[in-house]
Design a protein around this ligand. Structure first.
Ligand code: DGY
Length: 321
């Protein structure tokens, strides 16, 4: 009997894949940092029983159509907007993601980004590095307080709740907006439900953690920014396309909001000439929400467990539904 063939779309540590290598032939794309070229992904998918994909790989009709043996796609992310889940399930292909293992790490990063943006940390570091620090002065790089302010969390899933727990420690008032009410979060975290519009109008920090769907694309548009307080910050650790980037740029130009902390962008990666990089009040980081060594290792292992389960005829642990 021929062994299953697994293609991994990034160079990862081989020693992590011993269990998979026992039961399958495994090939990895040769680069750690660059996405696999589309033609190569399509070619590999034609032979593959399983794919371990990154969020930069599009798994769409075109790919699925030409992948007759494909049984499982394990995406190295909790988000799976890069995958046409319906087209996959119509063909009997299981799609898996990596929830839970990244919750706390992503919440840590969200707080870090919120603090860095409010307290002008990256701007301050550049100031020191450029030798511009002449003396201590009372309002030098003075930012905005975070403690005891109001945080508005858009998308109260597991990461949203982990952010809320951290915000409690800062004495913040916690508002949230979600597709449905989250009674447990209301009871345990004292989070108060608001309509999207109310949340925008009342929050000092609007934290976007919602997944990208047809319903959330461009949720943050001109109208949303006009509703926000002029002193408020947008923190986006969800998906770039939830924000209409042109509207954000206009809002920053017109001082409709105080600033933004962005881990995600409309098109990734962004180049050094991206207009958002010209605003000192915008902190930009390269989609590193879940990027701690511990968590990324757990995510990789979870992807492997899911692939092994499907190849052995079992149910995967974390199937996208
Ligand atoms: C995810 O898991 O969806 C994150 O965006 C990766 O950091």
């Amino acid at each position: 009997m021929t062994r299953p063939y697994v293609f991994i779309t990034r160079k990862l540590k081989e020693e992590l894949f011993a269990p998979l290598m026992e039961i399958a032939d495994v090939k990895m794309w040769e680069s750690e940092s660059e996405a696999v070229p589309r033609e190569m992904l399509l070619r590999e998918a034609q032979k593959a029983t399983a794919l371990l994909t990154m969020l930069s790989d599009k798994v769409n009709e075109e790919l699925l159509e030409s992948a007759p043996n494909l049984k499982v796609v394990a995406n190295l992310a909790v988000g799976y907007d890069n995958i046409d889940v319906k087209a996959a399930s119509d063909r009997g292909v299981t799609v898996c993601n990596t929830p839970d293992v990244l919750t706390e790490t992503t919440a840590d990063l969200t707080l870090a980004l919120m603090l860095a943006t409010a307290r002008r940390i990256t701007e301050s570091q550049e100031f020191v590095k450029e030798g511009r620090w002449q003396s201590w002065s009372p309002y030098l790089l003075a930012g905005a307080d975070v403690h005891h302010k109001t945080i508005g969390i858009v998308g109260m899933g597991k990461i949203g709740q982990a952010v809320a727990r951290r915000a409690m420690g800062f004495g913040m008032e916690i508002l949230y907006h979600n597709r449905s009410r989250h009674i447990e979060a209301e009871q345990e975290l004292g989070a108060a439900y608001r309509s999207f519009e109310q949340l925008l109008e009342q929050s000092d920090f609007v934290v976007c953690l919602t997944p990208l769907t047809d319903a959330t694309r461009h949720l943050f548009n001109d109208d949303a920014f006009k509703r926000m307080k002029e002193s408020a910050f947008l923190i986006n650790v969800g998906r770039g396309q939830v924000v209409d980037e042109k509207a954000l740029i206009a809002a920053l130009h017109q001082n409709e909001i105080a600033g933004a902390g962005l881990d995600v962008f409309y098109e990734e990666p962004i180049g050094a000439d991206h207009p958002l990089l010209h605003f000192p009040q915008v902190v930009t980081i390269p989609h590193i929400g879940s990027a701690s060594v511990e968590t990324r290792t757990m995510m990789i292992k979870l992807c492997q467990d899911n692939i092994v389960a499907v190849l052995q005829g079992n149910k995967a642990k974390t199937i996208v539904s």
